[in-house]
Design a protein around this ligand. Sequence first.
Ligand SMILES: Nc1ncnc2c1ncn2[C@@H]1O[C@H](COP(=O)(O)OP(=O)(O)O)[C@@H](O)[C@H]1O
Ligand SMILES: Nc1ccn([C@@H]2O[C@H](COP(=O)(O)OP(=O)(O)O)[C@@H](O)[C@H]2O)c(=O)n1
Length: 688
Amino acid sequence: MYATAFLDLPPLHRAGGTVRLPGSKSISNRVLLLAALSQGQTRIEDLLDSDDTRVMLTALDALGCRLQRHGPHSLTVHGLGGQLPVRQASLFLGNAGTAMRPLCAALALLACQHGAAFELSGVARMHERPIGDLADALRQLGCPVQHLGQPGYPPLRVGDGAPHALRLAEPIRVRGDVSSQFLTALLLALPLAAQQQAIEIEVVGELISKPYIEITLALLARFGVAVQRQGWQRFVIPAGSRYASPGQIHVEADASSASYFIALGAIAQPSLGHSGITIEGVGLDSIQGDIRFVEAARAMGAQIEGSANALQVRRGAWPLKAIDLDCNAIPDAAMTLAVLALYADGPCTLRNIASWRVKETDRLAAMRCELSKLGATVEEGPDYLRVHPLPADGRGWQTASIHTYDDHRVAMCFALAAFNPAQLGLRIEDPKCVAKTFPDFFETLFGVCQAQPSHIPVLCIDGPSASGKGTLAAELAARLGYHLLDSGLLYRLVGLAAERAGLDTAAAALQQPQQAAALGRLAQQLLVRFEQGRVWLGHEDVTDEVRSEAAGMAASRVAVVPEVRAALLDLQRNFRRLPGLVADGRDMGSVIFPDAALKVYLTASAAQRAQRRLWQLQERGESATIKDLLADLEARDERDRSRSAAPLKPAEGALLLDNSALSIEQSVQQVLDWWQASPVLRPSAALE
Ligand SMILES: Nc1ncnc2c1ncn2[C@@H]1O[C@H](COP(=O)(O)OP(=O)(O)O)[C@@H](O)[C@H]1O
Ligand SMILES: Nc1ccn([C@@H]2O[C@H](COP(=O)(O)OP(=O)(O)O)[C@@H](O)[C@H]2O)c(=O)n1
């Protein structure tokens, strides 16, 4: 997951390969609750591991439900089977509507049956998302429900600590035109009270998002409750209904998450060796309504073949064909259509999506605002959005910093705008908001996308020994979400490997052509692995040894040999991967990445550097004298500067930073300021 303040996406070019998506949020949270309410144990496989499921799991744990973890995506729930071990609890449910609404209903009923009371709260946005209609339905049943803040919104308290008889004779009326989750919540809760008599639910108003109700009904059936329905207006839970665990249940991949990769296949030219995007874990047999995004994408021209559990997507019509679509059945995936509309051959209209206003944010307003930033003309109606495409020749596209409103879907769907024909990058703010349903979304995206190599941004930090390059580079990479190349480490490894192989690395020996060639071959065949902060040379963990002063000196000697430098060239350039790279060394800007977006030459006085090195060694429990360190450092600097192959010197265009009097944070800020000002987002790309 990218826990950075922002993530800059370079212009993306092609895509191809296979993705396996995380489990469906809607299915995961329903299954967790059903398993908890059932008699018996349920082993759940491929469960989504995200903010919203974590919230549900924490709540179930607080209610005394035993959860046995087998891995991040697999656990056994020991069902409560009608028991309620905890009678009082305050549950924090974040911004998870799929936890708030069903738990509210289920706990209201359990509270009446067992004489309990529970408080349910969430983040500020959750307290703006309506729940009054569900509260009204629960009150009809005779459940005490009290709003603790704004009437009609969470936080709320269900139950009052005393048992209450439920009024089940009359049909329970619930509104269906604001959120289908109110009906889902009642359908999941009422089987708890249907042992003696049938219970009827009547939907008031036109039911929206019907496919989500179909998921609920399908899962109820898996847990032994066969709800009868007449149209979408009347639902009957038969007398004698009782939850029973199916024993084991598998969560299919999230169809809403699939929409981003279906869209990717529809807009990106296939990368070499691939015929498009393959999505595994969800297919045409899915019980999730958002699988119908496939039809919408086909209508726009995508070529999609599907099997029960997988999809293959290729670009078909280009530009995409404009659509005018009622999106009521696919409200979440429809956000992806709004971004696809930028690539269409005419205006696209997405209708019947008023529910967008009460989701993680007001999505109608958010999508209009962010699409406009890219240069598009967007009309926002009370329940529709009309998006005018941007020209296929790239004119009129603008780079933008996309605000994401703590809404995972805004972040994910806008990533698709990085395929713009103007080849402009774009910034996604607060990328970690994808953790709600798809923590590794960007990693998965980068795994199947290609940018033109020259578009992948590189930031180089070169300079003499102990100037703070490694420290600065690591911090910059962490803040930007970029890969990190510590090139000195590679030379240190060559030095170490040479000694292990019995090669003489003394300066004089390395002057001999045979010796230099042998060293070059060794560098070419270097068997290195980087694993969770450890460095392996062949089968040996050399993490500590490679950082020693002796290894540094050996590195400095072998680094003079042109054959060694040539052997490490490709290895270093291969670090240039999406979304970007911070590289530190001596020749990053001058030789390895001459086209880097920013080159910094970092220095500090020799005395300062020797002092820093001394502290660094002392911290590691090693002893040294400042005199020796200064001498070593000056010898290394001299060798680095005077060698013929890639001598240490500021690269052309490098910005000088003397950090003798700067703290680490001040140096980081200075470079970040330069980075922001560099043309990474390429706002001046020639296409106006
Ligand atoms: N700007 C700075 N001010 C003070 N100390 C620094 C600064 N930058 C780095 N250091 C310290 O100096 C030592 C050497 O830094 P390092 O990043 O290993 O240098 P290099 O990679 O250039 O050899 C580290 O202990 C680090 O914490
Ligand atoms: N890009 C690079 C990186 C390191 N090196 C050499 O490798 C040695 C060790 O690099 P390092 O970055 O780990 O060393 P320190 O700066 O930490 O002392 C340096 O002294 C250089 O001689 C190089 O020649 N080119």
